[in-house]
Ligand binder design. Structure first.
Ligand code: ADP
Ligand code: MG
Length: 258
């Protein structure tokens, strides 16, 4: 018998609208510890919106997002007080946004960007924080001697690496990645994807990876869902979907990567 593992996140019957404009319809997904789930779809299909719902930054117009609260209890994100939600986001989750300039503080040093969450967690030893920041720079393959440089001096690939260090230092149990390599040169994309693969491989993190590129899903994820116009049109194991896509839209996508 396989043991019953509880999902880290579960979304049920999600609808979402920006004003009158409905962008997600009846979305259901589960995200388990130790897996990478890819959320695939073309631009405008609702991927980023779904990620913001999973992170609790947007509230669904219908349906629920349930998460493990870190004490073995399940909670409905919509029922948390703002402060509880922020606490959960800071201590247990990590969201890496599509545009690194949205989340990095470009005027602050790389080191200051990395240690922010450790400060929020209460770490006060300057020596320890600096050592941790250098350690994380090395892990994301940035020269630790650049700890005092500001991100303004970094290339696109380095910015994505810096974002990874910044969110992973707090050892999140859930990692949400929004198109982590879009806008990068192909060779840089491959290097950043490879780094992500290494960082998540040996961890128990539950990872949701948003991408418009089925090839990226194939490289990193075990399961995927495909969104078209805000609806899940396909869900399953990556290998199975690549082998035998059911929905005409997924068949089209699969044909374009093979
Ligand atoms: P994706 O990440 O797949 O490209 P998004 O989730 O960003 O898609 O957007 C889904 C749809 O919602 C798009 O049609 C987009 O134009 C619309 N949308 C996104 N953000 C807003 C917003 N703040 N206000 C109104 N419409 C939005
Ligand atoms: Mg997007």
């Amino acid at each position: 018998m396989t043991p019953q593992i509880e999902p880290s996140l579960r979304a049920q019957d999600l609808d979402f609208a920006f004003g009158q404009r409905k962008v997600l319809h009846d979305v259901h997904l589960e995200l388990y510890p130790g897996e990478v789930l890819a959320i695939v779809g073309e631009s405008g299909s609702g991927k980023s919106t779904l990620l913001r719902l999973l992170h609790g930054d947007l509230r669904p117009s219908r349906g629920v997002v349930e998460a493990d609260d870190g004490h073995g209890r399940r909670c409905d994100l919509a029922e948390l007080r703002q402060q509880e939600l922020r606490q959960l986001q800071r201590s247990r989750w990590a969201l890496m946004t599509q545009n690194s300039r949205d989340s990095l503080r470009m005027q602050h040093s790389a080191g200051a960007n990395i240690i922010e969450r450790r400060l929020a967690q209460g770490e006060r030893s300057y020596a320890r924080l600096r050592a941790e920041a250098k350690d994380w720079l090395a892990r994301v393959e940035i020269d630790p001697d650049r700890i005092d440089d500001t991100p303004q001096q970094f290339s696109g690939g380095m910015l994505q690496r810096l974002q990874l260090a910044r969110v992973l230092i707090s050892r999140p149990s859930i990692l949400l990645l929004d198109e982590p390599t879009s806008g990068l040169d192909l060779s840089v994309q491959a290097a950043v994807l490879d780094l992500i693969r290494k960082l998540v491989q040996s961890s128990a993190m539950a990872v949701a990876l948003v991408t418009h590129d089925l090839g990226v899903a194939r490289l990193l994820a075990q399961r995927l869902i495909i969104l078209q116009g805000g609806r899940v049109v396909e869900a399953g194991l990556v290998d199975q979907v690549l082998e035998d896509p059911q929905h005409p839209y997924s068949q089209l996508l699969v044909a374009s990567v093979l």
